[in-house]
Write a protein that binds this ligand. Structure first.
Ligand code: GSY
Length: 133
């Protein structure tokens, strides 16, 4: 299945963390086919925090959606991501969001596909436009 993911980091060595996350995806989630350039973006939501680096990747995966989510969360954890960062809107070492999973839709408490906030997030739309036509 062709899947598009969004990655963001605004804590620590942001570029290195994104590189490690993409390498982790390649090893455990699926083959990375395309990667956008990395964009420096202003924080959206809680604005009094450091600038983000964001990018998008396309992967080819055999994992079903919830298993893919678990693989992404494992990579986030390995790279030092704390659950409280997400819950409290704090700076985060790495965030990996599933944007599209082929043409499939999913609406569960754990995971919604397509990601419900794509359209309002320029930090997703710009890198995504580089790799999704
Ligand atoms: O999952 C999104 C995390 N996030 C970001 C982000 O990745 N980039 C920018 N620019 N702002 C953000 N606000 C949140 S939450």
């Amino acid at each position: 299945m062709q899947v598009f993911l969004s990655l963001g980091s605004n804590l620590g060595d942001r570029r290195l963390t994104i590189k490690k996350a993409i390498s982790g995806l390649n090893k455990t989630a699926g083959h990375v086919i395309k990667q956008s350039s990395i964009h420096e973006t202003k924080p959206v939501g809680k604005t009094d925090q450091p600038m983000f680096l964001n990018c998008c990747v396309e992967i080819e995966t055999d994992l079903p959606p919830l298993k893919l989510l678990a693989a992404c969360q494992k990579i986030e954890k390995q790279l030092g991501r704390l659950k409280s960062e997400k819950d409290l809107g704090l700076p985060r070492t790495i965030d990996i969001d599933i944007l599209f999973y082929g043409n499939e839709t999913l609406d569960t408490p754990k995971l919604k596909i397509p990601h419900p906030r794509i359209k309002e997030r320029e930090f997703v739309l710009k890198p995504l436009a580089e790799i999704k036509h």
